[in-house]
Design a protein around this ligand. Structure first.
Ligand SMILES: [Zn+2]
Length: 464
């Protein structure tokens, strides 16, 4: 297992190109071609300098895998943009709709390995989503659309902890008022118990005698508590009597308090627990499943999670994702000695275990159902970025200025020299040159040609 001290010593996020280098010996040949092998054998390769100052390549093969530091973030960004637009559209078109995030986990031990754990998770998930219990649930709440996304965190003693987050788009979530009142009273009783206990504790800690003011305060407290309970009970009884006359008053879940929403969803998810447990067993997992293996959260969390997952970098949020599988390469790059070999092994094993596995399913279908187009997704990302910039401005942080976009060419016969140099060095040189020549594209291009040509001439022959 990766020692905590090593994990914490790794930088929060290594730059893209060193991470690509560190990944090279850890992946099969096909993936090694990512950003190195050209689409067309003898074509030029383009280097783009984005307005955010990032350098990227085109004309080269992309491995298109989520575990790739280059392809992964791009894919996650696309998914998050589309999903965000879906959440928004669903909210606008379904006044009684809601969004939930269902999380499914399987129990595992360190020596189970990523391959087996994934087998259980994927097997159990498809069994569960075919079960009667799930069908009844989806039918009852009008869940016609769902998007399943894979995620894996490093779970300390138990190794990588793979799980699914499933975005659900229920259409009709009208909750009987009686249920709302019951959950509300339950919440209130708990709250009152906590407040009483706090007061008792405070009293015990106080020395000396109780003053008149304190006695008055106690009395006031008891009265207020009583009033709050009576009000909640009245709400409950009104609802209940309304049920008896045949008309069931209901309210949309999304208008309920945060507590009621959570409590309601907790009840729903515990109703699904038996089906999840039996799906996990049928998938061959020998460990016992805890009640926390399935979880259902209300909308705010769902949207925030998915948006952050893929758009953090894009909209300028912190990309730091502690203990994520994504950070394994950071540890490898940091060259932390023996423990980084462990990180390298973990990355290799995890990457292999994801072969042929779909990271995200149901997105195309959901976009079609909600009539969300690529333009809608792009507009959503733009709005998120503006919102984030406005937030930063309120905190007094200027948004990073946009830089000139540049398109440079690595000429066909110089691509070998570029590779000999390595992406890390080549990009460092290009960045420095762009800054030195004040974004003068033709001048940078001339120097780039001369620089790479110099490498060819110095006897470093191109490999292809
Ligand atoms: Zn790639």
């Amino acid at each position: 297992v990766l020692p905590d001290v090593v994990w914490d010593a790794a930088p929060r996020q290594v730059e893209l190109w060193p991470a690509m280098d560190a990944r090279l010996p850890l992946v099969p040949e096909r993936q090694q071609k990512c950003q190195r092998t050209r689409y067309l054998p003898d074509a030029d390769v383009n280097v783009h300098h984005s307005k955010h100052g990032r350098l990227g390549l085109s004309g080269v093969i992309s491995c298109d895998r989520y575990t790739c530091p280059c392809c992964g973030p791009r894919k996650a960004r696309d998914v998050a943009g589309q999903l965000g637009a879906c959440f928004e559209r669903h909210r606008e078109t379904n006044p009684d709709g809601d969004h939930w995030m269902l999380t499914l986990t399987v129990p595992h031990r360190l020596d189970d390995g990523a391959q087996k754990t994934n087998e259980w998770l994927y097997g159990a998930s498809s069994g569960f989503l075919r079960s009667m219990a799930w069908e009844r649930f989806a039918d009852r709440w009008g869940v016609h659309a769902r998007v399943r996304a894979f995620d894996a965190a490093h779970g300390g003693a138990n190794g990588l902890h793979p799980h699914f987050h499933i975005a659900l788009f229920p259409d009709r979530v009208m909750v009987p008022l009686a249920t709302v009142a019951r959950l509300h009273v339950g919440d209130l009783e708990q709250q009152l118990r906590r407040e009483r206990a706090d007061r008792r504790r405070a009293k015990r800690e106080r020395t000396g005698r109780t003053t008149d003011a304190e006695r008055d305060d106690d009395q006031q407290f008891e009265l207020e508590q009583g009033a709050r309970l009576l009000y909640a009970q009245a709400l409950y009884e009104t609802a209940w009597s309304a049920v008896t006359v045949g008309d069931v008053p209901r309210m949309p879940l999304r208008e309920c308090s945060q507590f009621v929403r959570r409590a309601f969803l907790r009840e729903l998810s515990s109703g699904l627990l038996p089906a999840w447990i039996s799906a996990v067993k049928r998938a061959g997992c020998p460990h016992s499943v805890s009640a926390h293996a399935i979880d259902l959260l209300p909308s705010e969390k769902a949207e925030a999670y998915f948006v952050k997952w893929g758009l953090a970098q894009e909209i300028g949020l912190s990309v730091e994702k502690d203990r994520s599988h994504l950070r394994l390469l950071d540890v490898v790059c940091a060259r932390l000695g023996e423990p980084s070999d462990i990180a390298a092994d973990l990355y290799h094993e995890f990457n292999e275990a994801m072969r042929g596995r779909a990271w995200v399913t149901g997105l195309t279908d959901t976009c079609r159902r909600l009539e969300v187009t690529e333009e809608d997704a792009a507009a959503y990302v733009e709005r998120m970025r503006e919102r984030r910039n406005a937030e930063l401005a309120r905190e007094g942080v200027e948004p990073a200025p946009e830089l000139p976009e540049l398109a440079l060419i690595v000429r066909s016969h110089l691509w070998g020299a570029f590779l000999r140099l390595g992406h890390v060095e080549a990009f460092a040189w290009i960045k420095e040159t762009i800054a030195r020549l004040a974004f003068d594209e033709p001048a940078v291009q001339r120097e780039l040609d001369a620089f790479l040509y110099g490498i060819v001439r110095s006897g470093l022959d191109p490999p292809d």
